[in-house]
Design a protein around this ligand. Structure first.
Ligand code: DC
Length: 232
Protein backbone atom coordinates (compact mmCIF):
# COMPACT_ATOMS: atom_id res chain seq x y z
CA UNK A 1 0.00 0.00 0.00
CA UNK A 2 1.44 3.44 -0.92
CA UNK A 3 1.65 6.25 1.65
CA UNK A 4 -1.10 8.09 -0.17
CA UNK A 5 -3.45 5.13 0.11
CA UNK A 6 -2.55 4.70 3.76
CA UNK A 7 -3.73 8.25 4.55
CA UNK A 8 -6.87 8.07 2.43
CA UNK A 9 -9.88 7.76 4.73
CA UNK A 10 -11.82 4.57 4.15
CA UNK A 11 -15.27 5.09 2.71
CA UNK A 12 -18.51 3.74 3.90
CA UNK A 13 -18.05 2.59 7.46
CA UNK A 14 -20.61 0.03 8.63
CA UNK A 15 -21.60 -0.10 12.29
CA UNK A 16 -23.74 -3.06 13.39
CA UNK A 17 -25.68 -2.65 16.62
CA UNK A 18 -27.65 -5.63 17.86
CA UNK A 19 -29.16 -6.33 21.22
CA UNK A 20 -32.06 -7.08 23.50
CA UNK A 21 -35.49 -5.47 23.23
CA UNK A 22 -35.57 -2.02 24.87
CA UNK A 23 -31.87 -2.23 25.75
CA UNK A 24 -31.27 1.24 24.32
CA UNK A 25 -29.72 -0.04 21.08
CA UNK A 26 -32.06 2.06 18.92
CA UNK A 27 -31.21 5.27 20.77
CA UNK A 28 -27.50 4.44 20.74
CA UNK A 29 -27.67 3.70 17.01
CA UNK A 30 -29.61 6.87 16.13
CA UNK A 31 -27.49 9.24 18.20
CA UNK A 32 -24.17 7.66 17.22
CA UNK A 33 -25.21 7.95 13.56
CA UNK A 34 -25.99 11.62 14.19
CA UNK A 35 -22.67 12.19 15.93
CA UNK A 36 -20.64 10.59 13.13
CA UNK A 37 -22.78 11.94 10.28
CA UNK A 38 -23.76 8.42 9.20
CA UNK A 39 -27.11 7.17 7.90
CA UNK A 40 -29.19 5.12 10.34
CA UNK A 41 -31.50 2.19 9.66
CA UNK A 42 -33.70 0.80 12.43
CA UNK A 43 -34.22 -2.66 10.94
CA UNK A 44 -36.83 -3.53 13.58
CA UNK A 45 -39.14 -1.11 11.78
CA UNK A 46 -39.08 -3.39 8.72
CA UNK A 47 -40.37 -6.34 10.76
CA UNK A 48 -42.84 -4.11 12.58
CA UNK A 49 -44.21 -2.85 9.25
CA UNK A 50 -44.63 -6.42 7.97
CA UNK A 51 -46.50 -7.37 11.15
CA UNK A 52 -48.73 -4.28 10.91
CA UNK A 53 -49.69 -5.21 7.35
CA UNK A 54 -50.63 -8.72 8.46
CA UNK A 55 -52.80 -7.26 11.25
CA UNK A 56 -54.40 -4.89 8.69
CA UNK A 57 -55.65 -7.96 6.89
CA UNK A 58 -57.39 -9.08 10.07
CA UNK A 59 -54.88 -11.90 10.58
CA UNK A 60 -52.94 -12.92 13.69
CA UNK A 61 -49.14 -12.77 13.10
CA UNK A 62 -48.64 -15.38 15.84
CA UNK A 63 -50.66 -17.91 13.80
CA UNK A 64 -48.32 -19.88 11.49
CA UNK A 65 -51.20 -20.05 8.96
CA UNK A 66 -50.59 -16.35 8.24
CA UNK A 67 -46.99 -16.98 7.09
CA UNK A 68 -47.82 -16.45 3.39
CA UNK A 69 -49.45 -13.12 4.18
CA UNK A 70 -46.31 -12.06 6.05
CA UNK A 71 -44.07 -13.12 3.16
CA UNK A 72 -46.21 -11.17 0.68
CA UNK A 73 -46.18 -8.13 2.97
CA UNK A 74 -42.38 -8.27 3.24
CA UNK A 75 -42.09 -8.52 -0.55
CA UNK A 76 -44.32 -5.48 -1.09
CA UNK A 77 -42.98 -3.19 1.64
CA UNK A 78 -42.81 0.49 0.67
CA UNK A 79 -41.21 3.51 2.36
CA UNK A 80 -44.72 4.68 3.29
CA UNK A 81 -45.24 1.45 5.24
CA UNK A 82 -42.25 2.43 7.37
CA UNK A 83 -43.78 5.76 8.30
CA UNK A 84 -46.93 4.45 9.98
CA UNK A 85 -47.57 5.98 13.39
CA UNK A 86 -48.48 2.65 15.02
CA UNK A 87 -45.20 0.84 14.34
CA UNK A 88 -43.74 1.56 17.77
CA UNK A 89 -46.74 0.24 19.70
CA UNK A 90 -45.98 -2.62 22.10
CA UNK A 91 -48.43 -4.90 20.27
CA UNK A 92 -46.69 -4.30 16.95
CA UNK A 93 -43.32 -5.11 18.54
CA UNK A 94 -44.60 -8.43 19.83
CA UNK A 95 -46.23 -9.22 16.47
CA UNK A 96 -42.98 -8.32 14.67
CA UNK A 97 -41.14 -10.95 16.65
CA UNK A 98 -43.48 -13.62 15.20
CA UNK A 99 -43.18 -12.62 11.53
CA UNK A 100 -39.41 -12.23 12.03
CA UNK A 101 -39.14 -15.96 12.70
CA UNK A 102 -40.00 -16.81 9.07
CA UNK A 103 -36.91 -17.33 6.94
CA UNK A 104 -38.72 -16.22 3.77
CA UNK A 105 -39.72 -12.93 5.41
CA UNK A 106 -36.13 -12.32 6.49
CA UNK A 107 -34.84 -13.19 3.02
CA UNK A 108 -37.15 -10.59 1.42
CA UNK A 109 -35.80 -7.87 3.73
CA UNK A 110 -32.14 -8.76 3.41
CA UNK A 111 -31.27 -6.98 0.15
CA UNK A 112 -32.73 -3.66 1.32
CA UNK A 113 -30.67 -3.77 4.52
CA UNK A 114 -27.44 -4.73 2.75
CA UNK A 115 -27.98 -2.08 0.09
CA UNK A 116 -28.47 0.53 2.83
CA UNK A 117 -25.20 -0.54 4.46
CA UNK A 118 -23.33 -0.64 1.18
CA UNK A 119 -24.67 2.64 -0.24
CA UNK A 120 -25.95 4.77 2.62
CA UNK A 121 -28.55 7.30 1.46
CA UNK A 122 -27.66 10.96 1.14
CA UNK A 123 -24.05 10.18 0.32
CA UNK A 124 -23.27 9.52 4.00
CA UNK A 125 -19.80 8.13 4.70
CA UNK A 126 -21.15 5.37 6.82
CA UNK A 127 -24.22 3.52 8.00
CA UNK A 128 -25.40 2.39 11.40
CA UNK A 129 -27.87 -0.48 11.36
CA UNK A 130 -29.56 -1.74 14.50
CA UNK A 131 -31.46 -4.98 14.96
CA UNK A 132 -30.94 -8.57 16.04
CA UNK A 133 -28.84 -10.15 13.28
CA UNK A 134 -26.90 -7.26 11.78
CA UNK A 135 -23.48 -8.35 13.01
CA UNK A 136 -24.14 -12.04 12.38
CA UNK A 137 -26.10 -12.20 9.10
CA UNK A 138 -26.86 -8.84 7.44
CA UNK A 139 -23.39 -7.30 7.72
CA UNK A 140 -21.00 -9.95 9.02
CA UNK A 141 -18.08 -7.82 7.76
CA UNK A 142 -19.18 -4.67 9.60
CA UNK A 143 -16.31 -2.45 10.78
CA UNK A 144 -17.68 -2.30 14.31
CA UNK A 145 -20.17 -4.54 16.09
CA UNK A 146 -21.91 -3.80 19.35
CA UNK A 147 -24.28 -6.00 21.31
CA UNK A 148 -26.38 -3.92 23.68
CA UNK A 149 -27.95 -5.37 26.82
CA UNK A 150 -29.52 -4.12 30.06
CA UNK A 151 -31.13 -5.81 33.04
CA UNK A 152 -34.78 -6.77 32.43
CA UNK A 153 -36.19 -4.47 35.13
CA UNK A 154 -34.23 -1.53 33.77
CA UNK A 155 -35.47 -2.19 30.24
CA UNK A 156 -39.05 -2.53 31.50
CA UNK A 157 -38.77 0.73 33.42
CA UNK A 158 -37.48 2.60 30.36
CA UNK A 159 -40.14 1.09 28.11
CA UNK A 160 -42.88 2.06 30.62
CA UNK A 161 -41.64 5.66 30.67
CA UNK A 162 -41.68 5.72 26.88
CA UNK A 163 -45.17 4.21 26.66
CA UNK A 164 -46.57 6.56 29.32
CA UNK A 165 -44.95 9.49 27.51
CA UNK A 166 -46.99 8.49 24.49
CA UNK A 167 -50.19 8.33 26.53
CA UNK A 168 -50.40 4.55 27.04
CA UNK A 169 -50.93 2.74 30.33
CA UNK A 170 -48.02 0.49 31.27
CA UNK A 171 -47.62 -2.08 34.04
CA UNK A 172 -43.87 -2.64 34.67
CA UNK A 173 -44.27 -6.33 35.57
CA UNK A 174 -46.31 -7.04 32.43
CA UNK A 175 -43.93 -5.02 30.25
CA UNK A 176 -40.95 -6.91 31.69
CA UNK A 177 -42.63 -10.28 31.09
CA UNK A 178 -43.43 -9.28 27.49
CA UNK A 179 -39.85 -8.11 26.81
CA UNK A 180 -38.34 -11.28 28.25
CA UNK A 181 -40.74 -13.46 26.23
CA UNK A 182 -39.89 -11.53 23.06
CA UNK A 183 -36.13 -11.90 23.68
CA UNK A 184 -36.62 -15.62 24.20
CA UNK A 185 -38.52 -15.91 20.89
CA UNK A 186 -35.88 -13.88 19.05
CA UNK A 187 -33.05 -15.85 20.63
CA UNK A 188 -34.41 -19.35 20.04
CA UNK A 189 -35.83 -19.09 16.51
CA UNK A 190 -34.17 -21.23 13.85
CA UNK A 191 -33.63 -18.41 11.32
CA UNK A 192 -31.01 -15.77 12.16
CA UNK A 193 -31.50 -15.99 15.91
CA UNK A 194 -30.50 -13.01 18.01
CA UNK A 195 -27.00 -13.71 19.25
CA UNK A 196 -23.87 -11.74 20.01
CA UNK A 197 -21.42 -12.06 17.11
CA UNK A 198 -18.05 -13.48 18.18
CA UNK A 199 -16.39 -10.14 17.35
CA UNK A 200 -19.10 -7.89 18.83
CA UNK A 201 -18.41 -5.78 21.90
CA UNK A 202 -20.88 -6.04 24.75
CA UNK A 203 -22.35 -2.76 25.97
CA UNK A 204 -24.42 -2.98 29.16
CA UNK A 205 -26.48 0.20 29.49
CA UNK A 206 -28.18 -0.81 32.79
CA UNK A 207 -26.35 1.79 34.85
CA UNK A 208 -25.60 4.30 32.11
CA UNK A 209 -27.49 7.46 31.18
CA UNK A 210 -28.29 8.00 27.51
CA UNK A 211 -25.36 10.42 27.20
CA UNK A 212 -22.98 7.98 28.88
CA UNK A 213 -24.19 5.14 26.63
CA UNK A 214 -23.59 7.25 23.52
CA UNK A 215 -20.14 8.31 24.76
CA UNK A 216 -19.19 4.70 25.44
CA UNK A 217 -20.51 3.47 22.08
CA UNK A 218 -18.83 6.36 20.25
CA UNK A 219 -15.45 5.65 21.77
CA UNK A 220 -15.75 1.97 20.83
CA UNK A 221 -16.67 2.98 17.27
CA UNK A 222 -13.78 5.47 17.09
CA UNK A 223 -11.34 2.86 18.37
CA UNK A 224 -12.33 0.58 15.51
CA UNK A 225 -12.58 2.97 12.59
CA UNK A 226 -10.01 5.62 13.40
CA UNK A 227 -10.75 9.34 13.81
CA UNK A 228 -10.10 10.15 10.13
CA UNK A 229 -13.23 8.24 9.10
CA UNK A 230 -15.65 10.52 10.87
CA UNK A 231 -17.18 13.92 10.46
CA UNK A 232 -17.57 14.15 14.27
O1 DC B 1 -35.88 -3.69 17.52
P1 DC B 1 -37.41 -3.83 17.56
O2 DC B 1 -37.95 -3.96 18.94
O3 DC B 1 -38.10 -2.74 16.80
O4 DC B 1 -37.71 -5.21 16.78
C1 DC B 1 -39.00 -5.76 16.68
C2 DC B 1 -38.88 -7.24 16.37
O5 DC B 1 -38.38 -7.42 15.05
C3 DC B 1 -37.94 -8.01 17.27
O6 DC B 1 -38.57 -8.56 18.40
C4 DC B 1 -37.38 -9.09 16.38
C5 DC B 1 -37.50 -8.53 15.00
N1 DC B 1 -36.21 -8.12 14.43
C6 DC B 1 -35.42 -9.10 13.88
O7 DC B 1 -35.76 -10.28 13.96
N2 DC B 1 -34.26 -8.78 13.25
C7 DC B 1 -33.85 -7.50 13.19
N3 DC B 1 -32.71 -7.21 12.55
C8 DC B 1 -34.63 -6.48 13.77
C9 DC B 1 -35.80 -6.82 14.41
Amino acid sequence: MSDQQAYEPRKNVVVAIDGLAASGKGTVARLCAQRFGYAHLDTGLLYRAVAAKVVDRGADPADPATQDLAIAAAGGLTLMDLQRADLRDARTGAAASYVAAYGAVRAKLLDYQREFALKPPGGARGAVLDGRDIGTVVCPDADVKLFVVARPEVRAHRRCLELRGRGFEADPKQVEADLVARDERDRTRAESPMTQAADAILLDTSDLSIDASIDEASSIILRHIGADNTTA
